[in-house]
Design a protein around this ligand. Structure first.
Ligand SMILES: Nc1nc2c(ncn2[C@@H]2O[C@H](COP(=O)(O)OP(=O)(O)OP(=O)(O)O)[C@@H](O)[C@H]2O)c(=O)[nH]1
Ligand SMILES: [Mg+2]
Length: 513
């Protein structure tokens, strides 16, 4: 918690307050300028692994495509005969949610279940009922207590639900034993999030990362799922202990499956290592340009992609669903005083992000840790934004991003409760309030962002011969020009530039300046 706190608002800094008049006058923010040339540059830099085209309406196309494809997800061909991989196509239709509430207030417990409902809907399920049980800790056998479990069975039967989703990560044994009582498929929050990620991954790297996480989750659960599902499939009616005759061949099959899964995981790890190298190379290119990078991070559905769109007109997918964005999108942008920087959208965070996913997405999340500034986008219209802020900061700590300066950006102020906003202002005095929807506050955000960006290191005076027009162009691109004059010998420049570019300009610096 201490690490998270040191990451606090005091360091976010730079945000001028009391500019309400200015804000009123600027309700339609035009955002950071991203010209076509720089957008083209972003495309050739190839920050996406499967470039879906660079048309401005790309986000809309993705959205349409997603709606068209929703719920038609195939299995990887290599695993089609592993029947226990069943959970990968959860085919959630009608679900009942159940949560064990161990600490905190009633409203926190309710928020948690509301979030689970949003996750379930994002995965394509229809939520019929949500229940919580207050207990000191989850029951080691059936997650909820025995009595509650049979009550749950009655509700499942009465509503005609086909799946129960538990708000936590269950042990293989708990999953199996609860299934025995409720007689329908039981999945946990982790499996649900993995399923959403599987539906949403678009790049080959994202797909590989999710598949690795799924297999990782599946491995210790093979037997549990296998037992329970085969009993159900066999229609033997929930007798305990499984069929004697099934045990031998069942175990052999599990061994085979386990080996196949291990092989598949090894292959995925190799592929990912390879893709990672490719990404490092691209990052190096960016680093040699020394353009500062800004990462937009925050809780899922906070409005990160909307804000990126508002800031650059990038046409990135926006959807009122959790985890709409899984693949990093990087755009070139420019501050009002002309300094170039990159702005990247990232995968949303969630409370108790399954550990397998943090592992799998480590390379993607490291983009955040490697950035020069984090715009931490917070959903101001959520009933409990502070809890989301802490959840996000926990992930920052896990990916070692706590040293990166953070600017807290409270989004959706058009829909936020004034009391919530007041509480946030007290807690994070340096925050910026915006609405990606209406554009309110966006120009203040641009100013705050420009101030928080690391200053370009070097002031140079140079006389660049006309044969080195490329260098002058670079100064225009990456630097901030104070004066420029065309003389008989070349272009005389006075500018602030990144250190690396300053070194290149060194030989054109007249001595004595
Ligand atoms: N009222 C209001 N709604 C907003 C605002 N910004 C975004 N939204 C809505 O919030 C939802 C989520 O927006 P996204 O931009 O997809 O959020 P995200 O943080 O990128 O979400 P993930 O990629 O899923 O993590 C969408 O329905 C947006 O229309 C805002 O300023 N005001
Ligand atoms: Mg997004």
């Amino acid at each position: 918690m201490n690490t998270a706190d040191t990451h606090g608002s005091d360091r976010a800094g730079h945000v001028a307050r009391g500019q309400d008049a200015f804000r009123e006058a600027n309700t339609v923010g035009d955002g950071v300028h991203a010209d076509d040339a720089s957008r083209e540059a972003a495309a050739t830099d190839g920050d996406r692994y499967e470039d879906p085209g660079n048309a401005p309406d790309q986000g809309e196309m993705e959205l349409a495509e997603r709606h068209a494809l929703r719920r038609v997800q195939g299995l990887s061909t290599e695993l089609t005969d592993v029947t226990e991989v069943e959970y990968r196509k959860l085919r959630l239709e009608r679900v009942v949610l159940i949560g064990v509430w161990t600490r905190g207030t009633q409203s926190e417990a309710d928020n948690s279940l509301t979030e689970l409902a949003a996750l379930a809907e994002t995965a394509g399920a229809l939520v019929l009922e949500g229940l919580t049980q207050r207990r000191a800790k989850p029951d080691p056998a059936t997650y909820v207590g025995k009595g509650k479990a049979s009550e749950l069975h009655d509700i499942v039967e009465a509503t005609g639900a086909d799946t129960v989703i538990c708000d936590g990560e269950l042990t293989p044994g708990q999953l199996r034993q609860l299934e025995d009582v409720v007689k329908v498929k039981v999945v946990d929050r982790t499996a649900l999030i993995l399923d959403i990620f599987a539906q949403h991954a678009r790049s080959s790297e994202g797909k590989a990362q999710v598949e690795l996480a799924q297999l990782n989750y599946l491995l210790p659960r093979l037997r549990g799922w296998g037992d329970s599902l085969s009993r159900q499939a066999g229609g033997s009616g929930g007798g305990s202990g499984g069929g004697v005759g099934l045990r031998g061949p069942g175990e052999t099959k599990i061994e085979t499956d386990r080996r196949r899964i291990n092989d598949k995981m090894a292959k995925l790890r190799r592929q990912l290592a390879h893709m990672r190298t490719a990404r490092e190379v691209k990052k190096d290119v960016r680093r040699t340009r020394e353009v500062p990078s800004v990462a937009i991070a925050g809780y899922t559905n906070a409005g990160k992609s909307s804000l990126l769109n508002r800031l650059t007109g990038a046409g990135v997918l926006v959807e009122n669903a959790l985890f709409a964005t899984l693949d990093p999108t990087v755009r070139q942008a420019r501050t009002p005083d002309g300094r170039g920087f990159t702005l990247s959208d990232t995968v949303g965070f969630v409370r108790h992000l399954p550990h397998q996913l943090v592992e799998a997405f480590r390379s993607t999340l490291e983009e955040v840790a490697d950035s020069d500034l984090i715009l931490h986008v917070v959903d101001g219209s959520h009933p409990d934004p502070e809890q989301q802020i802490s959840a996000v900061r926990e992930v920052f700590a896990e990916i070692e991003a706590v040293d990166v300066p953070e600017l807290v950006v409270v989004n959706k102020v058009d829909a936020a409760d004034p009391d919530t906003l007041r509480a946030l202002r007290t807690r994070y005095p340096d925050l910026v309030e915006v609405s990606a929807r209406t554009g309110q506050g966006v120009s203040e955000l641009v100013t705050a962002l420009a101030e928080a960006l690391p200053e370009l290191a070097k002031e140079v005076h140079a006389l660049v011969p006309y044969s080195r027009g490329d260098l002058v162009a670079k100064v225009h691109e990456d630097g901030r020009i104070l004066s420029e004059e065309h003389t008989g010998e070349g272009t005389a420049l006075h500018a602030f530039v990144p250190a690396l570019l300053a070194a290149k300009l060194d030989e054109y610096t007249p001595s004595g300046v």
